[in-house]
Ligand binder design. Sequence first.
Ligand code: 2AM
Ligand code: CA
Length: 268
Amino acid sequence: MTAIASEAGALLMEFFDKNIRIEYKGDADLVTAADRKSEALIRERIRQTWPGHDVLGEEEGLRDTGSEYRWYVDPLDGTTNFAHGFPVFCVSMGLQHNNQMIAGVCFDPTRKEMFAAARGAGATLNDRPIHVSATKHLKESLVGTGFPSHKRHKNPNIHFYHQITLRSHGVRRAGSAALDLCYVACGRMDGFWEFNLNPWDTAAGVLIVEEAGGLVTNFSGGPFELNSREVLASNGVLHEELVREFQEIFAGRGVEPLPDPREYADKP
Ligand code: 2AM
Ligand code: CA
């Protein structure tokens, strides 16, 4: 899996280092030739070595032959970043056996960072074991979130962004959910949440967080499902506090109103 991710990452960099052509799949949902070439390469490599395996990929959809094995492939997570020349993106691949994730890799070709995990065997960054942070409290934490690039997907995340920003050292929104999860796994961030992700965004990263000692749930603290509309990942220690904070925000309790820009503008 790491060999395939490396090869796909190298292909992405060939496009990234040139001036790539931007196409529009939807309003702000950029899809590039690189996405498609990367997915075709990954599918071809999987087929060569494991011809019977099924694959769900962001660009080409699901090949379902009823195999016990299913791959979840995001050939370029962080497409908007990629298309704008902002160097935060990765190749993400998760492998499932009988509905259980057994292996995952995310490769960031700009930093040459390969995150990997196998169930029960821990998680690594460039072959060195990684572990989630030991940060105890939200007020000492750095956390991450993301916003969908597709304008159709309305969600209330700006309120969560505002509220958690006031309660933590800060909230980053780097633009690649798979990489965000890996950053929780290696302790660069203490937590991460997002609304409405797809299975190919989370399949690998969730296993990498869990194998690095972290916890991944829905926003209520219940089991995370690949088809879930919610993902909340943390170092485990912070989890209860985050879930409590989310419950308060959903209930509208203790929510600091978003300051009105007109008030600011009116002040001399
Ligand atoms: P992508 O780059 O593969 O599209 C942004 O924090 C994350 O949300 C990225 O991982 C991005 O994946 C994903 N994303 C972008 N647009 C989305 C949409 N309309 N619905 C769900 N996820 C989306
Ligand atoms: Ca993605």
